[in-house]
Design a protein around this ligand. Sequence first.
Ligand SMILES: [Zn+2]
Ligand SMILES: [Zn+2]
Length: 370
Amino acid sequence: MRWCPSPVLHLVRCMLLRSCTRKGKIRLPLCLKERWAYIKLLGHSLYFSSLTDSDVVFDSVFEPVFWSVDYVTRWFGLVFVCLVVILTSSVIVIAYVVILPLALRTYSTGWFLWHVCYGHWNIIMIAFHYYKAAKTSPGSPPTVKTDIPFVSVCKKCILPKPARTHHCGICNRCILKMDHHCPWLNNCVGHFNHRYFFSFCLFMTIGCAYCSISGRNLFMDAYNTLERIKHLDLEKPGVPVTGVGPLIGLLPSGQTKYQTPAPSYTFMDKMFNKCIIYMWVLASTAGVALGALTFWHAVLITREADRHAKQGLIYKNPFNYGKVNNWKLFLGVERRSHWLTRVLLPSGHLPYGNGLTWDIFPCKKHVVAV
Ligand SMILES: [Zn+2]
Ligand SMILES: [Zn+2]
């Protein structure tokens, strides 16, 4: 259980002041006495409590470890967010500085326009959903007394927990319809930002796949060119030929010491090829990792209907029932036009419900005919 410092410290201070007044003198500094009294109080509360069991003792002993892990994860969250922004920005800069001029020279007008339009749409979707997922609060239960039904009480917040709410140790609060804490967003994924998180993963995966597939030939060319440059660097003019031993005497006069001049590659040529290789490798690896994550989330969202169907439960909601309906609920699609305006374009619409009560909650088939 997390320690709430103010009331405990106040109690410890009162006990100390009373004992100090009785004895008339303080042998140890007050801060050390406070710490000692706090440790004694913890020990007594564990020892004398009838609710103490092995789990409570384990939690209490390892609380500093959990706290340290949470603290480090919270701190690393900022580093991870900076990493996402820097890596994504680097790919965008390479696309503008290196790829765009090349595409302008080599592609037909139609293909060039298609790549420009698609690329910008994908960048906007990624940036919008990442910003919203990181900045939108996932939602927490109210801290004041309400009539909202709850399923349990959070031991750490000492507050009622509505259905599908879980406590996050890193955010140190309860999260409505909690999915997980995402260090790459430095935020929890819950009721109000789950759609943004999923859309970000989806559009980032699509963007990575697009870079990887459309840049495959460029990558192969750049790789071969760099390999060629590496060989030419070893044999460039001015560097004495080594390792040929007896052949030196057989070479024509004037070429015994130096080889013929090689085609020169500028520093910009090398950077150009290295940028293409960096972009392709980054996009491919990120695409595979994010693709697996997105696929797993998609399976979980789709299976929601199966889980309830197995329990003999169905959804009571204004749409069709089943897997497609789950996706409509998740994405907020009420009309056909919403597939365009709410899914394929940036949209800040709120999710269904308030995350506290679930009026689309499953009902028993034999009780409510729908
Ligand atoms: Zn909590
Ligand atoms: Zn969290």
